[in-house]
Ligand binder design. Sequence first.
Ligand SMILES: [Cu+2]
Length: 318
Amino acid sequence: MSVTRGDDESTFPRFGYGARALCLAALGFGPYAQANTSNGYNLPLGVTSLSRDIYALHMEVFWICVGIAVVVFGVMIYALVKFRHSRGAIPDTTLLHSTTVEVIWTVIPVVILVVMAIPAAKVILMMEDTRNSEFSIRVTAYQWKWQYQYMDAAEGIDFFSTLARDSNFARQLHSGIDPTTVSNYLLEVDKPMVIPSGTKVRLLLTSQDVIHAWWVPDFGAKRSAIPGFVNELWFRVDPGKEGIYRGQCAALCGRDHGFMPIVVDVRTPDDFKKWVGEQKAALKQATARDGQMPGAAPLASLPRDNAARSAQVLSNFP
Ligand SMILES: [Cu+2]
């Protein structure tokens, strides 16, 4: 299983685009399945310990279900064939109640449920454990974009991430642009979230309007962004798995719900540090430049809240 870097690398080399799209659409995956570690038929194995644990749990439960299906359908089909009417089978009308059978068909499912619940509880507890995170990003969802405000060592970096322009043009009704010609159609943004690999990253999720959900399948990460609440989410991308990972808003959040993708650019800690340095230098430059412009306030002095920020900027104009 390889990490696709989000370009047009295909995980289905033997099929044409049409057959592949049909296949994936039938399975409910859409164009999305090409841009992650999924083969289009199953959950992606992902690039974090969490995503692998989720995958293992999913497969464990899947095989238990297969086992149950084999046993139940096996007994059923055997009985249907062996005791069929044409072979002179006579129904046993005396067997009306059996305590033994009732106890068996209660105890066996309970045991199966407990066997499934123990590893499930372990994974859920791990998903919730945001302790000892190495740095945090505040994620605010809007109709229909994401705001990433870095904290800790990258404090001050603050930007919006919106659908890339070529996807946005192609998606318009009667745009005349064939979406298959747009690379990473609807899965590309203007400015991706950048994070370091091998680092426990915590996201603090909230929303400014309706309920959204931040979801990157390769990280095993999905959580709702709810107005008035702050939800936590964490992941640590394995070192050596640097690259571009894609996701989408996973809550039906309004008209343009399908047009707020998520792109995460995972870099080595050194490259990440370099990126933070560049961003901070650009911020400093912008602050100095804006400070000289008549009537404009330096960026850093503006309120962090978006509405208040817009109000203050607009108040500088007659
Ligand atoms: Cu949304």
